[in-house]
Design a protein around this ligand. Structure first.
Ligand code: ZN
Length: 296
């Protein structure tokens, strides 16, 4: 009888502790600052080489299976041929379904929207445009190292997103295009893209390509945001953005882009960590944790 009581009380403890893991927004912000500490991470830069090594080490430390997808492409913005690398961290889960979470890690070679013409050939720090989405995903990877995800989790960090000339959409999103053509280590069932989610004044409207092509996933995410009272998620339609998710949608994968495109420092040398906040990363991170591990 004593044994039975012990078993019952143990199962009670297990049940009562079954709440979603916590997303540590300060840790996520430290990952944003760490990326920026390498300097600009535009293709071919020293910062990119060092940061790439750090991604690999960090994801391995979290127990992910790591795949480096290498390819070459012309950087239309500079006219230079570049060697590029997508970084994939894979966490096997408790079912056969696979969720992809992704963000681009490269930063733009030129601050071509800087108000000062003298600075328009300077590479950007990319605190928001690049580092923010990756920072939230590395914190998700850290959580996945402690809490096995219910589904397989494929975290993709894209290279070659920001190499295009303004107004030439097809010159952007080269890493996701490469992955869509060679889906390693396995195809995915759906995808969530994070881009420019670090803005201290974060507001994420409904992105149009996501809403048209992945309406169910889009609605599920906004309904979780509502339940968790994540005020950064706005219930109005924002612009239609050509981003990495379009490459996935074209490959038949339902994909939603979480993006705040209203950022005055976009493609300027002022895109630095002080324009971003841990709270903003926390809004998006809690949404992802709620979606992956469930809402209380
Ligand atoms: Zn950009």
């Amino acid at each position: 009888m004593k044994i039975l009581i012990l078993i019952l009380s143990l199962s009670f403890i297990t049940l009562s502790s079954a709440q979603p893991p916590a997303f540590d927004q300060d840790q996520a912000f430290a990952y944003l600052e760490k990326q920026c500490s390498f300097g600009p991470r535009n293709p071919g830069s020293d910062g990119a080489k060092e940061c790439l090594k750090w991604f690999e080490t960090t994801l391995r430390k979290f127990g992910a299976e790591v795949y480096l997808q290498r390819f070459e492409a012309e950087e239309a913005l500079t006219g230079v041929n570049r060697r590029l690398t997508n970084v994939i961290g894979y966490f096997p889960g408790g079912s056969s379904s696979t969720l992809m979470l992704c963000a681009h890690w490269d930063t733009r070679a030129y601050a071509d929207r800087d108000p000062d013409p003298e600075k328009r050939k300077t590479p950007i720090a990319g605190a928001n445009d690049g580092a923010s989405g990756v920072a939230a995903l590395l914190e998700i990877a850290r959580i996945a190292s402690e809490h096995k995800p219910p589904r397989n989790l494929l975290i993709a960090l894209w290279d070659g997103e920001d190499m295009g000339r303004a107004s030439y959409a097809e010159e952007f999103g080269l890493g996701s295009k490469q992955w869509a053509a060679h889906q390693i280590p396995e195809p995915v069932d759906e995808a969530i893209l994070l881009d420019m989610i670090g803005d201290a004044e974060l507001e994420i409207p409904i992105e149009q390509n996501s809403d048209v092509n992945a309406p169910d996933l889009r609605r599920r995410l906004w309904s979780i945001a509502d339940r968790l009272e994540l005020t950064a998620f706005a219930d109005w339609s924002g612009p239609s953005v050509f981003d990495d998710h379009v490459r996935l949608i074209r490959a038949g994968i339902p994909a939603v882009d979480l993006i705040d495109f209203n950022y005055p420092y976009w493609h300027t040398i002022e895109d630095t960590p002080d324009k971003c906040s841990p709270e903003s990363l926390g809004q998006v991170g809690r949404l992802l944790v709620g979606y992956i591990w469930g809402v209380e």
